[in-house]
Design a protein around this ligand. Structure first.
Ligand SMILES: [Fe+2]
Length: 490
């Protein structure tokens, strides 16, 4: 028996805007209701040793966009499914950012997006970038709360992982100056959070550490030759790894507060290895071939080297046949990344790099309890050859054996980021657990949460939880284990 309570919210939309932009239609079309639904129907069986909550963030504009809409502009909305004792509950909520509250009070959009000049926007982030901090990019669990983050650096918004209530812009007891990037890293062994902040003006990059008791304990500026667009970072047991990649902000545009990209093939990719609590002057840079990297798989220390696995984009530039601004935007969004390994030798300063796989995979994950330590298993979504922004399957890679196993969702079925959810009591990085993801069926216009046995992806989902509304395609997801939620309650 499914009980559903809906809280309809007023959503204004113009037909013109929706018809003009594929990111407001079909699998991307935003939803307009916040729903709580219990005891969801399940095909198969939710394993009794899988307890916790799957949360996924993504863009979901509440009001009709002002000007041209870019997929990254939409207000952050979290969709979550809580699994407990074989039962499933669904809930979705917008993140109540300051901008969301301002637009809600006005009853209309007040900000234009990245495709337009932001000059008339009410306010931006701490770097003077006049875009809406919509907190729509990632969901990171730290100290009992979800931090909803934004890729251009914004306030990390604290959200309750079960109620999805927005608790507010997190400033870590007043110790966080500036903003935070999309993908801070949690070391579950120490309880610390590692992050950076970047912007169009010096200092272009600032790195920091937040302690297990929730205070910023380290911040240091990292010198870069100019404004950059770092998206992710890595940690190891003793180091942080930061990146200076040659996808750069167009300088003239940045001076005018605009956001424009340029891939400079004449520059190397640079990777900075910095002691976790070090000063920026202690960073050691390693040079490699030019590329762009959205996402890190993991990093670790091994025999005097720092090893870094990433999804590497070889050609981060628009397709040559993209002529209109909208087509350029869409082609820039394409994901064409291959699993790639770097080895930074701390003794000699040498950098070695090479591919681990030639398939197009992205949104990589490892067992979150083992981030920063050597992992045997990693997981990723497979990018559809038909549409480079749709995920058509899951991949598990066994680094020890050098093998991979895969699953495809089937025609018209698209996944989300699929974090690893360990079986209760399973050792770290044992692959003893599950992969959990939303799957949207494009033909039927509905969504489900699919649960896979991580050790046997090819067998297909062991449980399909049918959701009370379609979940638009989105960005990042996480799995919060029951033991993490228990700590919260005690
Ligand atoms: Fe990302």
């Amino acid at each position: 028996m499914t009980s559903t309570s809906e809280q309809p919210l007023m959503v204004a939309r113009t037909a013109d805007a929706a018809e003009a932009n594929p990111y407001l239609l079909g699998v991307h079309a935003p939803v307009s209701t916040e729903i709580d639904a219990e005891d969801l129907r399940v095909i198969g069986e939710i394993p009794n040793d899988l307890n916790g909550v799957y949360l996924r963030n993504g863009p979901n504009p509440r009001f009709a966009p002002e000007g041209r809409y870019h997929w990254f502009d939409g207000d952050g909305m979290i969709h979550a499914v809580h699994l407990e004792n074989g039962k499933a509950r669904y809930r979705n909520r917008w993140i109540r950012t300051k901008a969301f509250e301002a637009e809600s009070a006005a009853g209309k959009a007040l900000w234009t997006g990245v495709m337009e000049n932001p000059r008339g926007n009410p306010f931006g982030n701490s770097h003077g970038l006049g875009l809406k901090d919509n907190a729509n990019t990632d969901v990171v669990f730290h100290r009992g709360r979800i931090l909803a983050t934004w890729y251009l650096c914004g306030s990390p918004y604290a959200v309750d992982p079960l109620s999805l209530e927005t608790l507010g812009a997190e400033d870590f007891l007043g110790t966080l100056a500036g903003d935070m990037m999309a993908h801070p890293k949690v070391d579950e062994t120490t309880g610390e959070l590692f992050w950076f902040d970047y912007g169009p003006r010096p200092p272009y990059l600032r790195y920091g550490v937040i302690s297990a008791d929730g205070r910023v304990v380290t911040t240091t500026d990292v010198e870069l030759p100019g404004p950059r667009l770092p998206h992710d970072m890595a940690i190891t047991e003793h180091y942080a790894v930061l990146m200076d990649l040659p996808l750069v902000q167009d300088h003239a545009a940045a001076q005018q507060g605009r956001h424009k990209l340029h891939f400079d093939r004449s520059l190397p990719s640079r990777f900075g290895v910095l002691p976790r609590y070090g000063d920026g002057s202690q960073i050691r840079w390693f040079e490699a071939s030019p590329c762009y990297i959205y996402h890190v798989v993991n990093a670790w220390e091994q025999g005097g080297e720092v090893v870094l696995d990433v999804c590497r984009v070889q050609r981060p530039q628009p397709r040559a046949d993209a002529h209109t601004p909208l087509a350029k935007m869409l082609s820039y969004l394409r994901l064409d990344a291959q699993l790639h390994r770097y080895r930074f030798d701390l003794r000699t300063g040498a950098c070695h790099e090479g591919p681990l796989d030639d398939d197009n995979t992205e949104f990589p994950t490892v067992d979150a309890r083992g981030v920063g330590r050597r992992n045997r298993y990693s997981y990723a979504v497979h990018i559809s050859p038909e549409s480079t922004l749709k995920f058509d399957g899951l991949v598990r890679r066994d680094d020890l054996a050098g093998t991979k196993t895969e699953y495809r969702f089937g025609p018209g079925r698209w996944g989300s980021e699929a974090p690893f959810a360990p079986r209760e009591g399973a050792p770290v990085d044992s692959a003893d657990g599950y992969l959990v993801t939303f799957v949207q069926d494009e033909r039927e216009g509905r969504s489900e949460l699919d649960v896979f046995d991580a050790a046997d992806l090819a067998a297909g989902p062991v449980a399909r939880v049918l959701l009370p509304q379609r979940v638009p395609l989105g960005f990042h997801a996480t799995w919060v284990r029951a033991d993490q939620l228990d700590n919260l309650r005690s």
